[in-house]
Design a protein around this ligand. Structure first.
Ligand SMILES: O=C(O)C1=C[C@@H](OP(=O)(O)O)[C@@H](O)[C@H](O)C1
Ligand SMILES: C=C(OP(=O)(O)O)C(=O)O
Length: 407
């Protein structure tokens, strides 16, 4: 499905209910499969969460998790400890290019039996569930935090708990902290200090209902809309000031871009402030990699130079996001230089109009570019990709007054 999007008036106003965080939801689903006492409210309606939920309920031998990185990584650890169960865990063509050896090696150190079905280091995996015999492991922490979260989630189900030693620079740290906070809310004890994580063993937990906060990465697209609008007031529910999600950083990042956030009664209201356009925005996004596309596109739309660093993990996500950003921003007339882990953007005063943005099977390409329609008409290719994290996105745009039409 290709969409033509227009936000002609430049005015965006309305209230939206945003679905639960997919990161929180997917952690809770794994914990719930291990501890049935856990109940979950406001679960994400994203494809990634539905795919994980289906996988956990399935008794099939082959389980396909499509594009969902967290499902792939979390289920690898989960099935490694399901004694007597054998599964082949596979995914989309892109998933078969996303590395997993760091996690497989760590699980093997603990005694797991996992084999590569095709290419060494990549899904699909054949996993024979068994009792893991060790409880201490060393993991490289500079490629994806999801490997570490996966180990933490099963840690309390190992007889002696789990000690994880992190090796190298730690990437996406807020996601590791989120895992620990959610585990603690479920009654599991653990610590994360320096380069060491400890998870205490637990046979069962007390009955608990956990309320998933709405998704801050999804909220970022509305920050971008407010920044690019002429006039705006958008309220989003349900959000908390004390969030587990690192992407809450978006509220501070968009302040100098003219977006003010107020918290009231479980919702945030984003409004436009008078602001002096910065000449350059410099950010290290090592802790919030999923915000990179949103921010780069906002800066392009506002005509602000930006230098984003800490983006090493973007190369191995749904697509090579640095390359995809460069391709699409340059189609609009901007200039983008990329390295292995950074992006430098020089915008242009008169972007080309009516360009079709390609989305590379990456929800965040469609989500991040759509707000530009407040500046000029835009086309988004394969717009259905948004369902990976935000199935209701196009309807939300319509609710805010955008014209969104299939062509
Ligand atoms: O643990 C999680 O829920 C996630 C961790 C991050 O991945 P990396 O740790 O691979 O950067 C993030 O990009 C992804 O969208 C979700
Ligand atoms: C990187 C993402 O997801 P995952 O790694 O879980 O596929 C994302 O949602 O931006």
């Amino acid at each position: 499905m290709n969409l033509k999007i227009l936000g002609e008036t430049g005015v965006v106003k309305g209230h939206l209910k945003i679905t639960g965080s997919k990161s929180e939801s997917n952690r809770l689903l794994i914990l719930q499969a291990l501890f049935s006492e856990i109940k979950i409210h406001n679960l994400s309606n994203s494809d990634d969460t539905q795919v994980l939920q289906k996988a956990l309920a399935s008794s099939d031998e082959v389980i396909d998790i499509h594009h969902a990185g967290t499902a792939m990584r979390f289920l690898t650890a989960y099935f490694a400890i399901r004694e007597g169960r054998e599964v082949v865990l596979t995914g989309s063509e892109r998933m078969k290019e996303r590395p997993i050896s760091i996690l497989v090696d760590a699980l093997r150190q603990l005694g797991a039996e996992i084999d590569y079905v095709n290419q060494k280091g990549f899904p699909p995996l054949r996993i024979k569930g068994k009792k893991l015999t060790h409880n201490e492991v060393m993991v490289d922490s500079n490629v994806s935090s999801q490997y570490i979260s996966a180990l933490m989630l099963i840690g309390s189900s190992l007889p002696g708990g789990l000690q994880i030693h992190l090796h190298g620079k730690i990437t996406s740290t807020p996601y590791i902290e989120m895992t620990l906070k959610i585990m603690k809310e479920c009654g599991i004890t653990g610590t994360f200090e320096g380069d060491r994580i400890m998870i205490e063993p637990a046979k069962k937990v007390k009955p608990v209902t956990v309320e998933v906060e709405s998704d801050w990465s999804s909220a970022s697209y509305f920050y971008s809309m407010v920044a690019l609008s002429k006039e705006a007031k958008i309220s989003l529910s349900s959000y908390r000031k004390e969030s587990y999600q690192g992407d809450k950083a978006v509220a501070g990042i968009y302040k100098p871009l003219g977006v003010q956030t107020t918290y009231e009664d479980g919702k945030i209201t984003l409004s436009k402030t008078n602001f002096k356009k910065p000449r350059l925005l410099e950010l290290d996004l090592c802790g919030s990699p999923d915000l990179a596309q949103t921010i780069a596109v906002t800066c392009f739309g506002l005509g602000i130079n930006c230098e984003l660093t800490g983006l090493r993990t973007l190369r191995i996500k749904e697509t090579d996001r640095l390359q995809a950003l460069q391709n699409e921003i340059e189609k609009l007339g901007g200039r983008v230089e990329i390295t292995i882990d950074s992006l430098r953007l020089s915008p242009v005063s008169n972007p080309y109009h009516g360009i079709k943005i390609d989305t590379y099977n990456d929800h965040r390409m469609a989500l991040a570019f759509a707000p530009l329609a407040l500046k000029f008409p835009l086309e988004i290719a394969d717009a259905e990709v948004v369902s990976k994290s935000f199935p209701g996105f196009w309807n939300s745009l319509r609710d805010l007054g955008f014209s969104v039409e299939e062509f």
